[in-house]
Structures are given as C-alpha cells and as structure tokens.
Design a protein around this ligand. Structure first.
Ligand code: CA
Length: 231
C-alpha cells in the first residue's frame, strides 16, 4: 500500500493521541492538530489523503471548516470524515449537507474507524487497506470486490457491491435516496433517485436467496436502513 497520510483535527488530547495510535497501528502516516488554525498550517506543508475532523473544536467548528474546504478548490478533493458525539450532533449531521464524506459517532471501535477510513479512501481511488468486512454470515472482501454469504460465493455488480458495503459499514441508520446517491455513487453524480430503488431491489433479491432480504428495510417517506437485527 502506498503511504496514506491522515490529518487528525481534535482538541481533546486523550482522544487525539488514541486516534494517532490506532491509525499508526493500521500503518497510516498521521499528523495531528488541536484546532483549525494549526490544521491549516499542516495543509500548507503537505496535502493529506484524508482529514479526520472533530465537530466540536474551539474557534471554528469542524462542520464550518469542512464546508469551507469543500468550496476551496485547493482542498476540495480531500475526503473528510467528521467525528461527532452521540445525540444531538449525530442527528444534525445526518440531516445536513455537511461537506463531509462520512461521519463517525463517538465512541467508536478502532475496527469501525479503520473500516470507514478505508471505505472512503477507496471511494476516492486512494487505495485503502483491504480488511474483510463481515456481519452475520455476510463477508465482503473490499480488495477483490467479492461477496460470500454463509461461505458461498455470490455474484454482484460493482454498484450493488458498493451499496452493500456502504450498508454494512453504516448499519442501523436511515439514509435517504439522495444521501445514498451521494455516498455510494459519489458526489456530483446526476442520477435519478429511482435508480437507488432499482439497485436496492436487486440487492434484496440476492440477499433473499440466503434469507437475508429483511436486513434492508424501507423507511417510508425517508429512505432505507440496513438492519443488523432485522427481526
Ligand atoms: Ca472536541
């Protein structure tokens, strides 16, 4: 794997150091900053491959900075993962167009964090490190884009693969069709929302062969949720 450079912006020292440790153990190159001002200096030195950005920072908040970066052509290509606290922030971030490419709610496991980072890096063609993703007998190999359910290989189109990967790495949360288009098909794609339904239907059909179709739930008037406890 090429050297992947991650900039961590987090004001709380213990969390910042924990993030550094977890990311370094996953072989990422890590730089840290306690606030946006220091983060800007770090950007001037070298552009990172990804920014892990805390929402609540002294001075300019993470969410405001993400928005600014998104509109600055020098920085707009850097993927951003926003760190949020459970509760109100989490609710807000789901409903907002934050300028972030993903968000992760504290507290999170190192495994979840690394899986999210790798998924975002792959979406941006930055070659995240392959780690098998699994939930309840469903196993995804992000490197080979292979799916196994109950140890049986399953054929999947690239779009359905990405959709399933997104769902599995973002379980038990509701996403609108627009959000799914954004996260799975990519920013700035102009595809009809109906396309999402078509791919969901295909994915459900595949999962139905293994009695897993109830994992993809329709949330009327909003969108879809991948449930790890469908019953
Ligand atoms: Ca904070």
């Amino acid at each position: 794997m090429a050297n992947v450079d991650i900039l961590v912006v987090e004001d709380e020292t213990p969390i910042r150091e924990m993030l550094r440790l977890v990311l370094e153990q996953a072989s990422f190159t890590v730089r840290t900053a306690p606030d946006v001002q220091s983060a800007l200096k770090a950007l001037e030195t070298r552009l990172p491959d990804l920014i892990l950005l805390d929402w609540m920072l002294p001075g300019i908040s993470g969410i405001d900075w993400a928005e600014k970066l998104r509109h600055d052509t020098t920085y707009s290509d850097i993927p951003i993962i926003l760190l949020t606290a459970r509760g109100e922030e989490e609710d807000k971030v789901v409903g907002l167009d934050t300028g972030a490419d993903d968000y992760i709610t504290k507290p999170f496991s190192p495994r979840e964090l690394i899986a999210r980072i790798n998924a975002v890096l792959r979406r941006f063609g930055k070659g995240g490190k392959p780690v098998l993703i699994q939930v309840g007998g469903i196993v995804l190999d992000p490197e080979q884009h292979r799916l196994h359910i109950d140890h049986k290989p399953v054929e999947l189109s690239p779009t359905e693969y990405r959709l399933l990967e997104f769902f599995i790495t973002h379980p038990d949360k509701v996403y609108s069709r627009t959000q799914l288009l954004d996260r799975v098909w990519g920013r700035n794609t102009y595809i009809e929302e109906r396309t999402v339904d078509v791919h969901i239907r295909r994915l459900r059909k595949i999962l139905a062969e293994f009695g897993r179709d109830a994992m993809i739930q329709t949330v009327r008037g909003f969108g879809y949720r991948f449930s790890t406890q469908p019953h």
